[in-house]
Design a protein around this ligand. Structure first.
Ligand code: ARG
Length: 459
């Protein structure tokens, strides 16, 4: 059992249950590298400022580097009875260096230490998440570029509404993921301030240099208020929120993929390597990945709620409640990375069935707006054109016809403005090509869009 660093004040050993309850090493050990990185900066600064001797500073730094190497080479294992990663590394340092090791914690508290470690850790994770989101956006954009002419139905209320293209549909998601990249940048920008030197809550009487540690660790500046330095977890909440939005976008796409795979749609076929079978029904090929992504979005949203609720009633400054931040944000980080890593190759390998998309677009009176617009272009007010077209659609439904197969005589009965050219005006290709307003689905408009997102993604 690791001896508690704070044993001096106590006459009894802490109860084993309490120790286990209190300990966070099982989940904060993953921050070992960042803890050591922070300690090295701290020791450097203490040496430079003369708070400890240069010799001691160098000895401590060397010892910390050895501990890091030993952990990475598997020579040093985390002690599960240690209180947390911070205590574990400090105790290990002291075990190796004797009393010199005990000087590291001068002018520092675990409160600013943990605040620092979490920022450093999440800064690295944000970089990784950004790379994955970027890669996914690139994957979708590349797929879109191949399908600027692939007509599919666009939906509202999950009812066929107006024709779009597969490229247009995919690029809607690319826009979402580009916003996600921006959001991750925003989190990073606000998070990249250094809490080290806030100490327990009230700074320190030692002559320290907070600018130096901030610079050494690549922060933009030291945080300007020591109480805020140790109390703030906004960055974890903001990141949790940014991740929830990424997952929301992934989840919506997953829902569509699940539908598109069904026999009712059959717009796409997933690669066998990215689908699963049933234990009883031999015909089944299930989109489990997409379902899991949709499911995991729930827990990620739960993590965000955990963080918000954990913080909402806390008085300044540090409270142990805040130890609960890690499992929540780590779980969100882990899961969003896992989902992105799985979705990228799944989308890369899925096969679109362009004929099925087109066939679906050819049914469901998806060109009714265009039929009304035809009358408007011949001078009829839109509301009148809308009503006449509605009557035509109802007639077609009753008589098992489509707008394409309704005879011209019937059209003329409804309005004298109709001519033979109506068939061209309501053809799917005309409907899509005509929607060339900026941001629209026509192949030309989508090419403009593609150019913009490619530039944004540096493709
Ligand atoms: N394991 C703690 C946490 O994650 C570290 C900070 C402990 N500070 C303290 N004053 N007990 O929050």
């Amino acid at each position: 059992m690791a001896e508690m660093m704070w044993a001096g004040r106590f006459s009894k050993k802490v109860d084993d249950t309490v120790n286990a309850f209190n300990s966070s090493i099982s989940f904060d050990a993953r921050m070992y590298k960042h803890d050591i990185q922070g300690s090295i900066a701290h020791a450097t600064m203490l040496g430079d400022c003369g708070v400890i001797s240069k010799d001691d500073s160098e000895t401590i730094i060397k010892g910390l580097k050895e501990i890091l190497a030993d952990i990475e080479e598997g020579k040093l294992e985390f002690d599960p009875t240690a209180e947390d990663i911070h205590m574990f590394i400090e105790a290990e340092l002291t075990k190796r260096l004797g009393s010199v090791g005990k000087r590291l914690h001068t002018s520092r508290s675990r409160n600013d230490q943990v605040a620092l470690d979490l920022r450093l850790y999440l800064r690295d994770e944000i970089k990784e998440i950004k790379e994955l989101v970027h890669k996914f956006a690139v994957t979708l954009t590349e797929l879109a570029a191949k399908h600027t002419e692939t007509i599919m139905p666009g939906y509202t209320h999950l009812q066929r509404a107006q024709p779009v293209t597969f490229a247009h549909h995919l690029l809607a998601y690319v826009s979402m993921f580009i916003r996600d990249l921006g959001r991750l940048d925003d989190v990073n920008k606000r998070m990249n301030e250094c809490p080290l030197g806030s100490c327990a809550l009230a700074g320190t009487t030692y002559n320290i240099d907070r600018q130096e540690t901030s610079d050494l660790l690549g922060f933009d500046r030291p945080m300007i208020n020591s109480l805020d330095g140790v109390s703030d977890r906004d960055y974890a909440i903001e990141l949790g929120c940014a991740i929830s939005l990424i997952m929301t976008h992934l989840s919506r796409l997953s829902e569509e993929i699940i539908m598109w795979c069904s026999w009712e749609f059959k717009f796409i076929e997933l690669d066998d390597a990215f689908s699963t079978g049933s234990s009883i029904m031999p015909q089944k090929k299930n989109p489990d990945i997409s379902e899991l992504v949709r499911g995991k979005t729930a827990r990620v949203n739960g993590n965000l709620m955990t963080l918000l609720t954990m913080m909402k009633g806390l008085p300044l400054a540090y409270n142990k409640d805040m130890q609960e931040d890690k499992e929540a944000i780590f779980d969100s980080v882990d899961n969003v990375k896992l989902c992105l890593k799985t979705c990228i190759p799944m989308v890369e390998t899925m096969k679109p069935y362009v004929h099925n998309m087109r066939n679906a677009a050819a049914r469901g009176f998806i060109n009714a707006t265009d039929c009304a617009d035809y009358l408007v272009k011949k001078g009829m007010p839109f509301r009148d054109a809308y009503k006449i077209t509605g009557t035509i659609v109802a007639y077609c439904i009753d008589n098992d016809l489509t707008l394409e197969t309704l005879p011209i005589e019937k059209y003329k009965e409804m309005s004298q403005l109709f001519n033979e050219d109506v068939y061209k005006a309501i053809s799917l290709d005309t409907c899509v090509k005509g929607r060339k307003s900026f941001g629209g689905p026509s192949p030309d408009a989508v090419k403009v869009q593609l150019d913009i997102v490619k530039k944004q993604l540096g493709m």
